[in-house]
Design a protein around this ligand. Structure first.
Ligand code: PLP
Length: 379
């Protein structure tokens, strides 16, 4: 089945009791048992919920995986992956990634004795050089947030497979419509469902998708034992959001392409970060592993003062000043003071994230209106 069809039909079986085409919202905490231990496969809603089950099946199908698990947020999904590890284990991860992931690793899990090595994963050799006998997991994000760095998933997967190390990929920016890491050899795909999968800025949720049944059992055990499960209403909203993922991503990519090129030709813009430019260092890999380049764009102004960046950030009308991304509406964000404020300034600067960097999540409004809005704000 082709992706556009999958997005609409994945996990959607008519409700057996009524024929309802949409999976009902099973707003229940428990299930009545026929006799002690005799039930219909549902005992208590932290462990099983039919709306969540339908969504988890859909998530697996759209990521070309066997098993899906839904979590109450993207960071809860990441948290579950790290809980596969034990103190002393080492994790190799990118030095440019979502600020909340960095915070979870440095501020929570380092205290539990997990060791994280932050490196430039765009250079595959850096990853093989960083591996020791204690390395248990490589955590990738590609494209990265907010600098749009691209890491070659298949190349890293060939290293981790040989060394028997787990490879997890945060696929939030690309979404399953543009990139499928399991097909490239990853063991686990993580999503902040909050973003493109939900697609309408109305839900916080996370997901993991995998192929290995043992890994699924371990992660399911963590999901039910630690309890970061999403509610049925949120699962319903995401099931609905996924149906339009194909058309939404097409529109995000079209707008993203036009706006990236427009920004690049603007006399007041110094640099535009977008993997669809042929001179982007990750272009060849992006072209190989992604179906299109997405609607996430970052840029720097020629006047690189924080004041000028703040002026532009406060001057748009269609682009709302907000954290998050991937919704139908366009957003503008200042990583240094908003999404990535949890990363110490010197770390940020060292990794190329300047104080004046502006990040756009290009929505699916009319392109001309979006360009006019940016034109007026940049001046
Ligand atoms: C938002 C985001 C997360 C965290 O997800 P939440 O749903 O906010 O918990 C992780 N990775 C990336 C790339 C994100 O953009």
């Amino acid at each position: 089945m082709k992706p556009a069809t999958k997005f609409i039909h994945a996990g959607a079986e008519p409700d057996p009791s009524t024929g309802a085409i949409m999976t009902p919202i099973f707003q229940t905490s428990t299930y009545v048992q026929e006799a002690p231990g005799v039930n219909k496969g549902f005992e208590y809603a932290r462990s099983q919920n039919p709306t969540r089950k339908a969504l988890e099946e859909a998530l697996a199908i759209i990521e070309n995986g066997k098993f899906g698990l839904a979590f109450s947020s993207g960071v809860a999904a990441t948290d579950a992956v790290i809980k596969l590890l034990t103190p002393g284990d080492e994790v190799i991860c990118a030095n440019d990634m979502y600020g909340g992931t960095y915070r979870l690793f440095t501020k929570v899990f380092e205290r539990f004795g997990i060791v994280f090595k932050y490196i430039d994963t765009t250079n595959t050799k850096n990853v093989s050089d960083a591996i020791t006998s204690k390395t248990k997991l490589v955590w990738l994000e590609t494209p990265t947030n907010p600098l749009m760095n691209i890491t070659d998933i298949a190349a890293i997967a060939s290293i981790t497979k040989e060394k028997n190390i787990l490879l997890a990929v945060d696929n939030t920016f690309a979404s399953p419509a543009l990139q499928n890491p399991l097909d490239l050899g990853a063991d686990i795909v993580m999503h902040s469902v909050t973003k493109y999968l939900g697609g309408h800025s109305d839900v916080i949720q996370g997901a993991l998708v995998m192929n290995d049944a043992d890994l699924r059992e371990k992660l399911y055990f963590i999901q039910k034992s630690c309890g970061a499960v999403p509610g049925p209403m949120d699962c319903f909203l995401v099931l609905r959001g996924i149906k339009t993922l194909g058309v939404r991503m097409k529109a995000h990519c079209e707008n993203g392409t036009k706006i990236a090129h427009w920004l690049r030709s603007h006399p007041k813009i110094a640099k535009v970060y977008w993997p669809g430019f042929e001179d982007h260092p990750g272009y060849a890999v992006a072209k190989k592993q992604m179906k299109d380049f997405g609607g996430m764009i970052s840029f720097e102004l020629k006047n690189d003062s924080v004041e000028e960046a703040r002026r532009v950030l406060s001057s748009t009308h269609l682009f709302s000043l907000a954290e998050s991304l991937g919704g139908v509406e366009s957003l503008i964000n200042h990583p240094a003071s908003m999404t990535h404020a949890s990363i110490p300034r010197e770390e940020r600067i060292k990794n190329g994230l300047s104080d004046s960097l502006i990040r756009l999540s290009v929505g699916i409004e009319d392109t001309d209106d979006l360009i006019e809005d940016l034109e007026k704000a940049i001046g």
